[in-house]
Design a binder for this molecule. Structure first.
Ligand code: 4AD
Ligand code: MG
Length: 460
């Protein structure tokens, strides 16, 4: 018999069907002549109640079932006379597929996020984390759909690279050399003897490769894992995260900003519609203001704010900040949150940042001081997107690389692209996990990733 997902059964319209479900026991409660077993199979938040009759031949074993056990149930789907559920299954047969021991760490009470992180292998079985990871899946799908509907091509950019796109030096080295005894040349490690014949690292961004493809295919996007050896423990940084990076030929900063807003609004609307039940859980238990925040994000026009004006607003704020606000310094999370949560109460796109705090590839503005950068900031998180118009003029780019200390020889192909039909182009990177934080109200990025990687933490 074919297994039916519980999500399908709970939306069922006809009873008296013979069904087979397989899942994990959430709770069991005995009454006279019956046992009530709540089963969840991960297909949705809801459980289905199974009625196990004392007449079942393994009834004695079933009465010993504890939470966490896996079972298969064959029976009749019937309208439930009990409160709180429309359907239940009258079991004609229950197979115990996998026993659980009495020390199953997930109890009926609510556990703290901190505790659940220590049992990351089991936390997807809780209501909250099941919901997070279902939304994670839906959001991935929505991203591909959004781009496909807009005529973008999905490209795959390398995971192992020889470049540091952001120039921040937060690289994880990739090597096959013996770290205890590497070959040396003139006293230092001879990277020429390494696997690729030069230094290699895990990618910090697919952007530079995406730019090359955009110069052929027009509108492209890459969506994949990204790695940064940022040695800071914050609620919004991890060492391994996923980034969505569109790159658009013939698109300037204005076009880039409009597209970023359109994408966030599409994705937010999509999740509000497609994941209603799971989103409601977060609105009830995680962030009471979630729905109103998300409707502002999905419906209102985002503020466009030049960097200098942002600094001005922050300097006149009727409160103090831990980190100093000064022209020429990068905005900190607390500043970004002030702008979006207190001052404007909606998403803000800050643009035209000082060139001194941004990477070499961003297009230099006519003032010679700022670059065509843009960050999209949202309430409760701050920066969710970082992007820019790219420098398409060869001589300007060469000068910027020089100023930023980027070696020309390493990026000859990037420069070469400016020699053959170079065009204005733009793109951005959306932090996939930050988007999930925004959608769920979860305040720690570790809790939207099944197995998060942070400094000193790689247990699972
Ligand atoms: O602002 P970033 O560094 O931009 C880039 O890497 C560009 N090359 C993207 C592009 O233009 N194609 O990173 C983009 C986004 C950030 O806004 C943030 O949401 C997320 O990636 N991000 C992180 N998310 C989790 N953990 C980290 N350590 C992150 N660093 C960046
Ligand atoms: Mg950034």
């Amino acid at each position: 018999m074919k297994r039916t997902k519980i999500a399908e059964l709970l939306n069922s319209t006809s009873s008296d069907e013979r069904v087979l479900i397989q899942g994990w026991v959430r709770t069991r409660r005995d009454s006279k002549g019956f046992s009530f077993i709540e089963v969840n199979d991960g297909s949705c938040l809801g459980n289905i109640q199974v009625i196990a009759d004392a007449a079942l031949d393994n009834y004695e074993d079933l009465r010993k079932l504890i939470a966490g056990s896996a079972i298969g149930v064959t029976g009749e789907l019937v309208a439930s006379p009990g409160k709180g559920q429309a359907w239940e299954i009258r079991a004609s047969r229950i197979d115990i597929i996998g026993d659980a021991s009495e020390s199953y760490p997930l109890q009926k009470k609510r556990h703290t996020d901190e505790f659940l992180r220590t049992i990351a292998h089991l936390r997807p079985r809780t209501n909250k984390y099941g919901a997070v990871f279902r939304i994670r899946s839906e959001l991935s799908f929505a991203i591909h759909r959004f781009f496909r509907d807009h005529g973008f091509r999905y490209i795959h950019t390398p995971i192992i690279t020889g470049s540091d796109c952001e120039g921040a030096g937060e690289l994880f080295r990739v090597t096959t050399l013996d770290v205890n005894d590497p070959p040396k040349r003139a006293g230092t490690v001879d990277w020429g003897a390494d696997f690729f014949g030069k230094e290699a690292n895990l990618t910090v961004s697919g952007q530079l490769s995406a730019e090359m493809l955009a110069m052929a295919l027009g509108d492209v996007y890459t969506f994949g894992p990204t790695f940064r050896a940022e040695n800071s423990n914050t609620r919004r940084h991890v060492a391994e995260f996923w980034m969505v990076e569109p790159e658009m030929a013939f698109c300037d900063l204005e076009c880039n900003m409009a597209f970023a807003q359109e994408m966030i609004q599409y994705l937010t609307t999509y999740i509000l519609q497609e994941c209603q039940e799971d989103i409601q859980l977060f609105a009830r238990f995680v962030d009471k203001t979630l729905i109103s925040t998300l409707s502002v994000i999905s419906q209102s026009e985002y503020v466009r704010l030049p960097y200098e004006e942002a600094v001005d607003i922050l300097n006149h704020a009727p409160r103090s900040f831990e980190f100093e606000v000064a022209s020429g310094k990068d905005l900190q999370s607390e500043h970004e949150r002030y702008l979006t949560e207190v001052h404007f109460k909606k998403p803000v796109i800050v643009f035209d940042y000082p060139k001194t705090i941004k990477p070499f590839y961003m297009r230099l503005n006519d003032d010679d001081k700022t670059v065509a950068a843009m960050d999209v900031l949202v309430p409760r998180i701050g920066e969710i997107i970082g992007g820019s118009q790219r420098e398409e003029r060869l001589h300007v780019l060469e000068q910027r690389m020089k100023d930023c200390g980027v070696t020309r020889e390493d990026y000859w192909w990037y420069l070469d692209m400016r020699r053959f039909g170079s065009v204005p182009h733009s793109g951005f990177g959306l932090g996939f996990e930050r988007m999930l934080m925004m959608l769920t109200g979860i305040s720690n990025i570790r809790d939207v990733i099944p197995f998060p990687r942070t400094p000193n933490s790689i247990e699972f």
